[in-house]
Design a protein around this ligand. Sequence first.
Ligand SMILES: Nc1ncnc2c1ncn2[C@@H]1O[C@H](COP(=O)(O)OP(=O)(O)OP(=O)(O)O)[C@@H](O)[C@H]1O
Ligand SMILES: [Mg+2]
Length: 336
Amino acid sequence: MISLQSITKSFGTFQALDGVNLEVPAGTVQGLLGPNGAGKTTTVRVLTTLLEPDGGDASIAGHSVRTQGDAARRSLGVSGQYAAVDDKLTGLENLTLVGQLYGMRRRAAKARAQELLEHFRLDGVPMGQRAGSYSGGMRRRLDLAGALVARPPVVILDEPTTGLDPRGRRDTWDAISALAEDGTAVLLTTQYLEEADELADSIAVIDGGRIVAEGTPAALKAQAGGSHIDLAFELSDAVPAARAALSRIGLEVTADDLSLRLSATAPRRQESLQAALNALAEAQIEVVEASLRQPTLDDVFLKITQRPAGVRAVEGSATGPSTQHFDAPAREEARP
Ligand SMILES: Nc1ncnc2c1ncn2[C@@H]1O[C@H](COP(=O)(O)OP(=O)(O)OP(=O)(O)O)[C@@H](O)[C@H]1O
Ligand SMILES: [Mg+2]
């Protein structure tokens, strides 16, 4: 239902998309996960026909975004990174208008609008309150509802839960899951592994305009090394000493930095944490904070790109990252 084939896009000399391929079947949620500047919104803009790619093609429900833009647009609902609602209209008016723009009859559009306002808990807003005076999270939810009014077969959501409170996030997750169950193909961009984990059937990690990893959430997390231990110290000497102590008991240190923190893998979770604390105590290294946590996007990034999220690859580096597939045996790397 959503297909990208070798999409490239440059802004001046800057290559924002560098050969992106992606396929999203009906009834599935595809997560597109990446740090700031990775190319997520640029991908969304290409798919929604707001931006013409330099190379490659993309299609929505079989309609090329290059040559069949009208048909592609009719098949998709979108909620952009920044809420686009009409400030002068009420929530109900906004959604009804969107429905009518999709060709729905006014009565049907209004009924659908009412249903969505209830789902996104916007039905308690006083009658006649204009969207211009909604809070940030309310605007976001209204914009999301707008993407769903016409029940399009393809829904594209650019960071749909950024800025939402926990309840708003939960409502949104429920709505997205329900969409996929009804057969909709959903592309969802996010910076949060947790969100992709909750919703996505498959995740593509994008970085520097390239898909650098693809797989199920479980496979990606497993690649990041399962659970992690985070430790903080008071003295800078403690970091290398702790690194050595943890290595001695077989824990892999995955990150340390100048802020006196260190992370290590915890293959046996609580037992690993216990062992780490014992080893540090024996070496008389004072710990000021210790915690056990699930892997984060940062861990996935470190593992895949050998650098923290948000740091771009060196321009023109000899070998760009090739896509890693985590649900299948590692691919043979093509030699140039
Ligand atoms: N119109 C434009 N002109 C110049 N550069 C652009 C333009 N649009 C995007 N870029 C650049 O392309 C890169 C990718 O931007 P994009 O908006 O796709 O990132 P993103 O993954 O959505 O990030 P975020 O998580 O911050 O929203 C960035 O470096 C950005 O500066
Ligand atoms: Mg963006």
